[in-house]
Write a protein that binds this ligand. Structure first.
Ligand code: KG4
Ligand code: ZN
Length: 339
């Protein structure tokens, strides 16, 4: 018999609800919050208010698109953390109340693990997914990690950022250039028209499989400050080359550690996940590296790169199979625990 899971995601600034029938996606509805754009970043208080307004309509549409009745749901999976606490509270409280009303279990999901498990959502029957164990480079606005995934429940962090996340590096570089938030997609677009070797920035020297991006941001800032002294229009004239060069450096740093992780573990099944996995330069370069390293690479489809509830529902599906349910007393967590 099929299992129907409703997934709820509200950890940051996207309110999302999705329905899965086993691993097959029936709907994945995402309401973006444009309100944050004028502030140049996510304002937590505004995010939770917007989640409150969006959550019920988004769930209604997800059920309609899935063409199922709420009574058919077997469980509700929700993001417990990490994320903004006020935002998480909206999704958690909604999931608890809705599940109690329907008399079905709730399943808590870790947002970071969910980005990885998005690779197991089937958009059409027979879609390929990675074999265990595989390595996943998880790159988002809040996190950058290389994870060894042994099973849907057993994951080991091999390396992570000690300061800024890769998405943050994109967003901060974009902000320095005066581009609107979120800057990652803007840099991606501009980089397509620029020369990645036009400017060079120092790569961080960090031990092992860890990352650091805060120094890169600072050198980008100082470089531009110096150039602007001689030419006030420097950024405007060089936007494409600057974008291509900073993107090139971020990707080089990301992939050099991923290659090292693959060498050290002997694992050649490679996936990327998280918001930055939408970056076209990263996608191209990971495929180029795949040829040299004989990797089998899994790139998420675009609807699963940024925050979405389908990834929460698939995580819930695997926990449902284990009967790993949460109690009604559960509370969200803000910090990046990899539970
Ligand atoms: O996974 P996500 O939606 O939210 C978090 O959990 O953080 O990731 C958002 C991040 C932002 O920093 C955004 O700038 C970045 O992903 N991003 C991109 C691209 N699309 C989104 N960065 C580079 N290139 C892109 N195309
Ligand atoms: Zn995310």
């Amino acid at each position: 018999m099929s299992i129907y899971i409703l997934g709820i995601e509200s950890s940051c600034d996207d309110t999302s609800a999705a329905v899965l029938k086993d691993r097959q996606i029936l709907s994945n509805v995402i309401a973006n919050q444009s309100i944050h754009q004028k502030y140049g970043g996510v304002v937590p208080e505004l995010a939770s208010r917007a989640h409150q307004q969006n959550i019920i309509p988004v769930v209604e549409v997800a059920l309609q698109e899935a063409k199922i009745d709420k009574k058919q749901l077997d469980a509700i999976a929700f993001t417990r953390g990490p994320g903004l606490l006020g935002s998480l509270l909206v999704g958690t409280s909604f999931a608890k109340a809705f599940a109690m009303g329907l008399g079905i279990p709730i399943i808590e999901v870790n947002h970071l693990k969910a980005h990885i498990l998005a690779h197991f959502v089937q958009e059409k029957p027979g879609d390929a997914s990675p074999e265990f164990p595989f390595l996943c480079l998880t790159v988002s606005g809040g996190h950058t990690q290389i994870v060894q995934v042994n099973s849907p429940s057993e994951m080991k962090v091999l390396g992570k950022t000690i300061d800024d996340a890769a998405g943050e590096a994109f967003d901060k570089a974009a902000k320095i250039m005066g581009l609107p938030y979120p800057g990652g997609p803007q840099i991606d677009q501009l980089a397509k028209k620029g020369n990645p070797l036009a400017f060079s920035f120092p790569e961080p020297k960090i031990q092992g499989l860890d990352y650091s991006f805060s120094g890169l941001k600072t050198s980008f800032l100082y470089f531009l400050r110096d150039q602007l002294k001689g030419d006030a229009d420097f950024i405007e004239k060089n936007k494409a080359d600057l974008s291509a060069s900073i993107q090139h450096t971020i990707i080089k740093v990301l992939l050099s550690k991923l290659r090292r992780a693959s060498r050290e573990t002997g694992i050649k099944q490679i996936a990327i996940a998280g918001g930055v996995s939408a970056n076209s330069g990263l996608r191209n370069q990971v495929m180029e590296m795949a040829e040299k390293m004989q990797w089998e690479v899994f790139l998420p489809s675009f609807q699963f790169t940024t925050d979405n509830a389908a990834m929460i529902a698939i995580s819930g599906y695997y926990k449902f199979l284990e009967k790993d349910f949460a109690s009604q007393t559960i509370v969200p967590y803000a910090k990046s625990a990899f539970k």
